[in-house]
Structure formats: C-alpha cells, structure tokens
Design a protein around this ligand. Structure first.
Ligand code: AMP
Length: 573
C-alpha cells in the first residue's frame, strides 16, 4: 500500500496539479491505459495497432454494457484477461443494478482501489480545509460488506465498497484520523448487515463523545440507521446498562470485538441515552445523542436528494456533505466545496482516475468531447475508458457542467438516464418523476402527512396502460408514538392530479387528447414497505451500503413485494 502523507501541503499541491493540468494528464493517462492493451483481442478487433488518440476515437466504438458483456462473460467463465485487458483482471465489481434490473459485472483490478483511496484522501484533505477540529475524534460510519460470489474462473465478484473493505488497502490503512472509526473492522466486515448495523450503533453510542463525523455512502442508509435506532434504542441501552451484548449477535468476530468496546456495565451512560431517546420529539436526535458531530458525510445528490428533509429533521440541519461521485466503472470526482447546500453540489472530475469522454445531450446531434472540452451549462453523458478493460463505455448518467475548479470541469448529477416510465410515446425520466413527486409532497404537507419514499411502474396490463406510483406516507408527529396513517381520499386523488399536471406535454397529449395513456394511479402502501423492498433487493444480491430505492420497478418479484403492502388505491379524475 502506498504511504499516505498527512501533510496538507502535499495534498493541496496534488489537488492543484490535477486541476490545473487536466488536458495533459488525461492524454498521458490514455496512453498509459492503451499502450499495454494494444494486443488485447478487443482492441485488435478495432485495428488499434499503435497508440494514437485520434485512431482510438475513430476506430473504437462508444459502447453500452450489453455490447461488451460477451467479452466480459468470457473472462468471467475462465478465459484469460487479455481478451480485454493486458493487466490481469483479479475480480469483478457488481454494480448495484437496482435501477435497470440485473446486476452488471465490471472487470476489476487493484488500480480501482488505488484510485478510490487516492480520491478518499484527497476529499478528506478538502474537508479539513472547511471543517476544523476533526483530528481528535472518530467517524461513526455505517459501512457494510456484502458476501462475495466466486465466478467460474475462480475470481471474486462483489460490490465496489466490499472490494475495498476486503482488501489489504483497508486492512493496512494508515492510522491517521481519516480512517478512525467508532466500529471495529470486524463490524464493517460482518456479512450479516442487520447484526453489523446494530453493532455500529452500539459502538457509536458507547463512544458518543468521540464522534465528530457520521455518515454512510448513500443517504438512504443513514436514514435507515436512524430508523433502526428508533426501533432498537431500548435494547441498545439495556446492553450498555448490563455490559452484555444481545444474544442474537451471533457473528463471532463481531461479538468478540464489540464486547471489548462494550467493556463492563455502564448504567450512567445508559440512563443518559434513554432520557434523550424517551423525549417525545426525535427532531435533532442525532445532535443530542452525538453532540460533537460536525457534519454528516453521505451522498445526497441525484435520487438521494429526497432524503435531505428527513436528515435535516433528525440531524438539526448539520451540514450534509456529498463528497464523491463514483461507480463500479471508476471514481469520477470529488466535491471541492463540501459545505455547499445539497442542491448546489457539483463534483470536480479528477483527470488521473480514468480517461473520460462525454456525449453531448443538448440538441439532436450527438458528439463525443474530451473532459477539457465540455462547456458550462451543457449536459453530457460520461463515457469511461479505465485500467481494467473498459473502453469508451457509457455510464448512463446525465450530468450538467456548472463551472470549473481551476481547469477541472465540475458536474452536477442530474439523473440516471435509463429510468423511464413509458406507455405510448410519453417518456418520463427520473427527473420528471421527482418533479411530479415534489408536487405530491406539497399536497401531503398541507394535510400533515410526510412522504417516506416512492417508486413506480408502467402498468400495461390495463387498457390503455397507465402509470402506477407507490407512495409510503406517514402522519407528521411530534410525539414518537406511532400514528396510523389515515388514508384520505380527497388528498390522494389530488396527489394523482398534481402529478399528472407536472408531467410533460407528450404525457398530457397521450393522456388527455389521444387517450393512449390511462389515469395515473397512486397505490398507498403501509409503513415499512420500502424497508421490505430494500430487504428484497438485498436478498437478490444488492448491497446494503450501495442500495438505492429504484424509482421504477421492472422485476415481477419486487412488484409482488409492493402489491402485498397496498392499503388503498386512488386514480386521477
Ligand atoms: P454502482 O455502479 O452500483 O456503484 O452505481 C453507480 C451509480 O450510482 C452512478 O452511475 C450514479 O447513477 C449513482 N451515483 C454514484 N455516486 C453518486 C452521487 N454522488 N450522486 C448521485 N448519484 C450517484
């Protein structure tokens, strides 16, 4: 593992170098990636007999995962890496795959972790420029590892974060505060994620005064952790009071490491936490239990934006810091203005991560441009050439250029491209859906209800087909006692109409003029349904740490989960 300097000046110099020399670094990086790979079957097929950037752009096509899947599958099934990569492929990354359906397998090697750890250190350096007093404390981070599968070729296939936690990079990480957590490594490495979540909370409670930062990779996980605390705080306090860990924590490594953190009985601490949790309102609970927390480190951009109000409520408006934009293909960039508002977050792309190109998305003509050629105010889909055998692969995200940090373009995450509801010629993407749901939130708010989560699907079993939106809502409540949701016909019928009003003109034409789309339907589901949906996807191989609620459901089994929880149905009139 590379030594990591804690010297801020060194990191500042690296940040400057990277962001001032974007074009040169990208060109050198492309040469570094391609030169050893010219002999691969894949590049030979496109007559890449020498390194030449223009030749590469002319001969090698921009592809989707499906185009190169046959090559990847051959390596998965035991053929040599050099079908696609001269650098040995030592594993595969499973992308979360909850939006599109099936999980994708991306070729992987240690360079991915070089990049990941580099980006992590760089972002921590940036954070220390903005938040003071972190050095003496610890992070309470809800990090999880998922069990890997082994491919026919004997190589591991796992989600990106697990590939890091299972590696020597994590095991031998430097002992500086960037990497200092309240939980022992055994908790992060435990493959039973319910047990690890319980232990994360217990360790965090035991060291409540040490916690200076808190977080998870994605905001949905942070919200889940707080809700879990809402259910388990009495048991957690009882463990602290008696000094004895609950028997259902059966993972041996977890048990022994957490028992050490637990030490002996601590009745005073248990009393203090119980008093806080027993208060009628859980507003600001995070800052009351962990008073030294300075910020929450979790992605709140893209589809995670909807968790911002919930996090603000529980965390008393602590800064929500979205640090990194990354995927199973590559890490893209970091947020160099970490304390900005969630809606203003952009990520400065780091030119040393992978070779980046961009498909222009404005207007009808599609061009492919380099990182240094993108223009402020324009939208693009990123295309990645990486160190593990992906050449010009489309990522499927839509990004908007908001500015430059030195010469490095900064991108705002707009949406994932492929999530659409469509019945006829209407095409509703994730962003349209979020816009429509924001109108629903207003209606619910005026009736003292809050939206917990939503998903949708295009129901073509009716004629004409129609959009179905599943909503989980709950009564606003200051007291913690569960209040059952009164399903109010007038309110939800209005929600159906405001959603339709907010959808685009093509939808409205199909719906109101052509009659090719039927009335939008809202199906209200019972409290806890979206936790069940998450459990379902995790049982199918999605990871706890990287889970994102799919905004459109395409799997029949997942629909069954939702259908089992429907308590009422409403249609627009
Ligand atoms: P995966 O390959 O499973 O790691 O998922 C990667 C995808 O997650 C990206 O292509 C984005 O759609 C989404 N994603 C990752 N980081 C962010 C971020 N910071 N903001 C919004 N979406 C993100």
């Amino acid at each position: 593992m590379k030594p990591i300097s804690s010297n801020d000046e060194t990191w500042e110099a690296k940040l400057k170098h990277l962001t001032f020399n974007v074009k040169e670094i990208q060109n050198n990086l492309l040469e570094e990636i391609l030169t050893p790979n010219l002999k691969t079957e894949y590049l030979q097929r496109f007559n890449m007999d020498r390194f030449d950037k223009e030749l590469f752009k002319k001969n090698v096509p921009v592809v989707s995962y499906e185009d190169i899947q046959p090559y990847i599958d051959r390596v998965v099934n035991g053929e040599s890496s050099d079908v696609i990569s001269a650098r040995p492929i030592t594993g595969f990354l499973l992308s979360s795959g909850t939006s599109g359906g099936a999980q994708k397998m991306m070729p992987w090697n240690h360079k991915y972790l070089d990049n990941l750890t580099f980006a992590y250190d760089l972002r921590m350096h940036v954070i220390t420029k903005h938040v003071k007093g972190l050095e003496q404390g610890k992070g309470m981070m809800f990090l999880f590892t998922k069990q890997e599968t082994i491919t026919h070729s004997g190589l591991p296939a796992r989600v990106a974060t697990s590939s890091y936690f299972k590696s020597d990079y994590f095991k031998n990480r430097p002992s500086n505060w960037y990497y200092s957590y309240t939980s022992p490594d055994e908790v992060i490495l435990c493959s039973n994620n319910t047990q690890s979540l319980y232990c994360h909370l217990l360790c965090g409670l035991l060291q409540r005064d040490d916690v200076v930062r808190m977080g998870s990779i994605f905001a949905s996980v942070m919200v889940r952790a707080i809700k879990f605390l809402e259910t388990y705080w009495e048991e957690l306090c009882s463990n602290i009071r008696t000094g004895h860990l609950s028997e259902w924590i059966t993972d041996l490594a977890c048990r022994s490491s957490v028992s050490l953190v637990l030490g002996g009985p601590r009745p005073d601490l248990a009393d203090t936490i119980e008093t806080i949790c027993n208060q009628s309102s859980w507003k600001g609970i995070v800052t009351r239990i962990w008073p030294n927390t300075k910020y929450i480190e979790t992605v709140v951009t893209g589809s995670m934006g909807q968790y911002v109000p919930t996090l603000n409520y529980y965390c008393n408006d602590l800064p929500l810091v979205s640090t990194t934009y990354g995927s199973s293909e590559t890490t893209f960039g970091i947020n160099v203005d970490p304390l900005c508002k969630p809606e203003d977050v952009s990520y400065a792309f780091m030119p040393n991560m992978s070779y980046f190109e961009f498909i222009t998305m404005d207007g009808d003509k599609r061009d492919v441009v380099d990182l240094h050629d993108v223009k402020v105010g324009c939208t693009y889909e990123p295309v990645v050439t990486n160190f593990a055998g992906l050449y010009r692969m489309r990522v499927g995200d839509v990004l908007l250029v908001t500015g430059f940090y030195n010469n490095a373009p900064e991108f705002k995450f707009v949406r994932r491209e492929n999530v659409v509801l469509s019945i006829d010629s209407d095409k509703t993407n994730e962003e349209d859906l979020f816009k429509a749901v924001s109108q629903v939130k207003l209606v619910l708010d005026s009736s003292d209800l809050v939206l917990e989560d939503f998903t949708s699907y295009a129901d073509t079993s009716t004629f004409p087909g129609h959009y179905v939106v599943y909503l989980e809502a709950k009564a606003k409540k200051e007291e913690k006692k569960k209040v059952s949701l009164e399903v109010n016909e007038e309110v939800f019928t209005k929600c159906c109409s405001v959603m339709e009003d907010s959808l685009d003109n093509v939808y409205k034409r199909c719906r109101f003029k052509d009659g090719s789309v039927g009335p939008l339907e809202i199906r209200v589901v019972s409290e806890g349904t979206f936790d069940l949906l998450m459990d379902f996807f995790i049982s199918q191989g999605a990871s706890t740490g990287q889970y994102k609620t799919p905004r459109c459901i395409k799997s029949g089994k997942a629909l069954e989960v939702m259908e089992g929880c429907v308590v009422a149905k409403f249609f627009s009139t």
